[in-house]
Design a protein around this ligand. Sequence first.
Ligand code: CS2
Length: 474
Amino acid sequence: MPADRLTRTAPAPGAGIVHLGLGAFFRSHGAIYTEEAIAASGGDWGITGVSLQSTHMRDALTPQGGAYIALELGPEGEVARRVEVVRDVLVAREDPGAVLALMADPATKIVSLTVTEKGYCHEPATGALNHTHPDVIHDIAAPLPVSAPGFLVRALQMRRAAGLAPFTVLTCDNLPSNGAVVRGVVLALAREIDPRLAGWIEAEGRFPSTMVDRIAPATKPEDIARVAALTGFHDAAPVVHEPFRQWVIEDSFVGDRPDWGAVGAQMVDDVTPYEHMKLRMLNGTHSPLAYLGYLAGHETVADCMADPVFARFVDRLWDAEIIPAVEAPPGVSLADYAAALHKRYDNPAIRHRTWQIAMDGSQKLPQRILGTVSESLAAGRSTPGLILAIAAWMRYVSGVDLNGAPIDVRDPLADRMKALSDAADTPEDKVAALLGLREVFPPDLAALLGGPVAASYALLADEGVHKAMEVAAR
Ligand code: CS2
C-alpha cells in the first residue's frame, strides 16, 4: 500500500519570517526552534521559505501545505516529528517580484538566511563584497535581483520608500562574525545603488550574528522510504538530523522576535567566542575528515570515525592544534566540547557523506582551518594535521583521487582550481599554484605554507592517506 501524502493538521501560524535558502539544515534547526517558540510564547512567526534557484522544495512542500517530518536519528533510535511552521515556499528565480513584495510586507519582521558560504557573494579571505561577482554586477544594474544580498537590499529599499522599519537580517550560515559579514555586503551593495539607502540601513538595520549547530545531512531517497515505513506518511521532503542542537543568537533585533530563549537558544551580547569555537572545532575538523576521508575511500564521517587512525587523528587535531587556538566561551570546557563532538561524529545513524562536506572548500577553508593555522604559526606552534588537511583539499580539487579516479568537485572555483593544478607538474608547483588563489589564501600565509603543504601533498601521493596521517600525528 502506498503511504498517504503528508498534510497539515492545523492552520499555519501567521506570517512573520521570510527565510532565504530553505534547505535541510534550516528545516532541522531554526524552523524547529521557531515552531517551539511559538508554542511556548505565541506570536505570528510563521515562515515563508524561499528557494533562490531550485523548484524542488516548493514542488515537494506545496502539496503538503508546508508540513514535513523531521527525523531525529540517535544512536539509540529514531524519533519522528511533524513540523508545520512553514506557511509557503516561493522560488525567487521564477518570480523575484513576489519574493520582494513579501519581504517588503509590514508583517515581515525578520528575514533569515541559510544560503551557504558562497551565497553572500563575498571574498572568503576578507569578508568583503566581491564587486566582480556576476550576480553582484547584475543586482546593481537591475531592480529584480538574483543574489541573496540583492534581495535584502532591494526589499529594504522598498521598505524605506514605504516608510516602514527595516526587517532584521538573521544569518544562520557558518561564517565567522556572520552578522557583520552580511551587514558589510548589504551596505556595500546598497552604496552602489543609492548611498542614502545605505545610510538608512546603517542607522536603522540590525544584523545579529548567530552560531548555529546541528548535523543534518542532505536528505537521501532512502530517508523518504524510512519516514514512510515509520510514520505511514509519504513526505517528499523529510529531514534527518542528530539529537544535538545549539543556537547562540546576538540579541539585537529591530523590533520583536520569537521567544527562542524559552526553548533553549542562548540569547547573548557577543556571539564571537561561540562562533570561533564551533567553526574551528566542529567545521575545522569536519573539513579535514571530508578530504582525507574521501581520499581514503570513507563514505561518511561515521565511517571515518570507525577507522582508528582517523579517530586518533581527529582527537589529536583538537588537543594539539585547535584548542590552543580557541578561546573558550564563558563557562565552556573545550576538552568537554571536543569529547562531545567525537561522540556526535561517531553516531552511525547519521550518514553524513564526506563528499557533501567537501563541497565549496574554497569558501570554507579560511574560517575553518586557515585562521587556526596562521595564528598558530604566529605563536610559534606547528599544525601538521591541518597542513595535511590543506594538502588533501588540494589533491581533492585537482579532480583526481589517489587511485587516478575522477572526483566530482563542487565548488564555485572548481574549474579554475583544476586548471591551475593541471598546468603544474610537480607537487611543489601544484601547491604553489593553488596557494596563489587570493580569494582563499592571504599572501603572508601563502608565503609560509608552500614548503610544508608540498611535503604533505607528496607524502599523500607516495604513501597514501593513512601513512600521511600517522606522520602528521607523530
Ligand atoms: C558541515 C556543516 O557541510 C559542512 O560543511 O561541516 O554543515 C556541519 O554539519 C554543520 O555546521 C553542523 O552544525
